[in-house]
Design a protein around this ligand. Sequence first.
Ligand code: ADP
Length: 479
Amino acid sequence: MMSAKIFVDGQWMTPVNGATLDMVAPSTGEKIGTIARGTAEDIDRAVNAARRAFEGPWGQTAAVDRGRLLSKLAQKILEHEDELTALEALDTGKALKLARNDIRAVARYFEFYGGAADKLHGDTIPFLSGYQVMILREPRGVTGHIIPWNYPAQMFGRTLGPALAAGNAAVLKPAEEACLSCIRLTELAAEVGFPDGVINLVPGIGEEAGAALSSHPDIDLISFTGSPEVGVLIQKAAAENHVPCVLELGGKSPQIVFADADHSKAIESIVSALVQNTGQTCSAGSRVLIERSIYDQFMAQLTRRFKQLRAGPHDMDLDCGPLISKVQQERVMGFLDRAKADGIEIAAQGQVDAAASAEGFFVPPTLYRIVPREHELALDEVFGPVLAAIPFDDEADAIRLANGTDFGLIAGVWTDSGARQMRLAKAIRAGQVYINGYGAGGGIELPFGGFKKSGHGREKGFEALREFTVAKTVVFNHG
Ligand code: ADP
């Protein structure tokens, strides 16, 4: 694999300054490879290549042909499912079954957007007599993509699928903590025949390659997934050039359980939506809000289930893996230490398997009982396998609590009452609301994105195609 290179204008090349970064396996702390450490000059070369591609034949490619290329890539990914699964698991530390799911998802992104490419229609508008107006949906042009380390392969498909289907040429800056699958996927994309310059990949660190991409004057749209803090930096940099941004910035998503819900079903979903990817999921259901009348009974059941959770290296395929890095492990342990100092009671903890390496970045899955509403565990994104339980009094209180953080990404509502389901779906300020279910990570067809500090703009589904295109109004005065 071309791991220490950048991919620009259809060529794998050494970054201008020749610098590299070491990649470490989260399960063991061992070095597993090197990647290129691209800088502003490399980003500039990539943006120029994308611009040439967009202004060249790619800009004239029929939608059906773009769609076919994406579909071919989907097929190619499935042919390499085992290899990509092993690579993703090693690089991120996630359990093999989850990595496999991610690889199927990236194939599904290209399948979905391959099929959608020629189904994106413009509009006509009734206007004055003697006129005809049509709205064309045109690609933005050159799109910049900055993605995180938690789902590198899935993010590759989520962000590039709609951008390429819509006819843009792209520059992708993957995360420095994990990006081996993105490098391999780029190789596969080149093999299926995407023209030179349509997909450019510049690995590197955020403050260098990422900052250069977000501040580049010749980008037409930035799509970013990551932390709210970096989201602000990206928006500010892009604003200097009046470049629009689609931002997905995480959450503190609630699972809301009413007394009349199916408890067993809710518990399975709550646990899996939290521990999936070891809590390192923007849409992790990291707060469980429980109606007070059933609080003790529900917590007893949840506690029993939580105690069964096991964390271990990716190849043991357990409930949780390690966190991505030492830095993240220390961040999450900081939450646990402060909760202890603040006297917040742990209701249950899973186990880190005895076979797990002491050099791996493990944290035991932890459930907290009755977290005070103003505590950081109730308000801040932990990005680890940590669940905060909070009782509520009635429906109005549940809605207040659900909406009571800076975030608004997704929510799960567990109740049998149809009217209450509808009231909560309308009252909750989040980009996705699930009724008697929860969709962390899934649903390629389903528009996804935030309210408030969870970001703005929408990914997935047809909404993403709208983001990666722009409306042009053409007015004919035919008399
Ligand atoms: P996380 O907290 O999940 O690591 P970050 O927001 O730090 O998320 O990183 C997400 C992506 O943003 C990564 O690809 C990272 O390299 C990039 N990034 C980090 N800092 C900057 C920055 N100042 N400008 C542009 N991109 C950045």
